[in-house]
Design a binder for this molecule. Structure first.
Ligand code: NAP
Length: 278
């Protein structure tokens, strides 16, 4: 499986994003370079990190060591909650840590409505975008009312909403609202942090396709039009997850997985999340 097999999606500003990428949440800083080097070796060209993950430097070292032309890579990072009042400076810190001239996608990590700062932060992201330092800008964990408030005020339309989305937590209303605003849906924790993989229907479908449960879940995500960023610390699973691009589900398989939605959120609720470590 090579990166040429991974389909691309076109964002609302014309920028192409590989629909399947590699997420590095919870990979310790000192292990990140090795993990990202293995992911690049496996064929990933899209990496998702965040200032809050404290591993941007490891991502940057892996990119530098890989020798892969910069234009072949798509690198996302995110603004930490505590930095919404100083987004421009925080962005420069991320850029330094990554060792990159520019990033491909820069996201506001959480809306933190109680802070009342996301519109101010968005102004800074618009400036970063117009200075050519981020090829696209967007948000993460924004709920429909946050999207409404943001898109009313924005000069540059947000390109992406990165949200928790997996078979037992499908967030259909939020995904629909995201698309209505012209934004792409990016699914985080796309495997339900591994917990959706033992679901009976998922296992049954995987046996029918001689695929693994992870490949079935990722194939469902891709066929649903979502960008996906599964994380694995092990090279064998990185390759397995990448190979999901060649698994073709039937309409019946898709329907069976659509029926698994159980409102089972794993992460924090964006309406109330305000934890400062992010
Ligand atoms: N914007 C946000 O607020 C936010 C929040 C959470 C996550 N994210 C992003 O989304 C990415 C992915 O989400 P996530 O890490 O929470 O969860 P995930 O990708 O759904 O699941 C990762 C877990 O599944 C296991 N796994 C991966 N591939 C597997 C396979 N083929 N077979 C069996 N188990 C497998 C991994 O174990 P091993 O590592 O041991 O293989 C790990 O425990 C993150 O890395 C991050 O980039 C964003």
């Amino acid at each position: 499986m090579t990166h040429q097999n991974v389909p691309g999606l076109t964002l609302n500003n014309g920028v192409r994003i590989p629909q399947l990428g590699y997420g590095v949440f919870q990979i310790p800083g000192e292990k990140t370079q090795e993990a990202v080097e293995a992911a690049l070796e496996a064929g990933y060209r899209h990496i998702d990190t965040a200032a809050a993950y404290r591993n941007e430097a490891g991502v940057g070292s892996a990119i530098a060591a890989s020798g892969i032309p910069r234009e072949d890579l798509f690198i996302t990072t995110k603004l930490r909650n505590g930095d919404q009042a100083r987004a421009r400076d925080a962005f420069e810190e991320s850029r330094d840590a990554l060792g990159l001239e520019r990033v491909d996608l820069y996201l506001i990590h959480w809306p933190v409505p109680s802070q009342g700062l996301f519109l101010q932060a968005w102004n800074d992201l618009e400036q970063i975008y117009s200075d050519g330092l981020a090829r696209a800008i967007g948000v993460s964990n924004f709920l429909p009312d946050h999207l409404q408030e943001l898109t009313r005020a924005a000069d540059v339309a947000p390109a992406v909403n990165q949200i928790e989305l997996h078979p037992t937590f499908q967030q259909r209303a939020l995904a629909d609202a995201t698309r209505r605003h012209g934004m792409a849906v990016e699914a985080y924790s796309p495997l339900g942090q591994g917990e959706d993989l033992s679901n009976n229907a998922v296992v049954e479908i995987s046996l029918r396709h001689q695929a693994t449960p992870a490949q079935v879940v990722l194939a469902w995500q891709l066929a649903s039009g979502n960008i996906v960023i599964p994380k694995s610390a092990t090279p064998q699973r990185m390759r397995e997850n990448l190979a999901s691009v060649s698994v073709e589900l039937t309409a019946r398989d898709m329907e069976q997985i659509n029926e698994l939605d159980a409102g089972r959120r794993i992460g924090a609720d964006p309406a109330t999340a305000s934890f400062s470590q992010y």
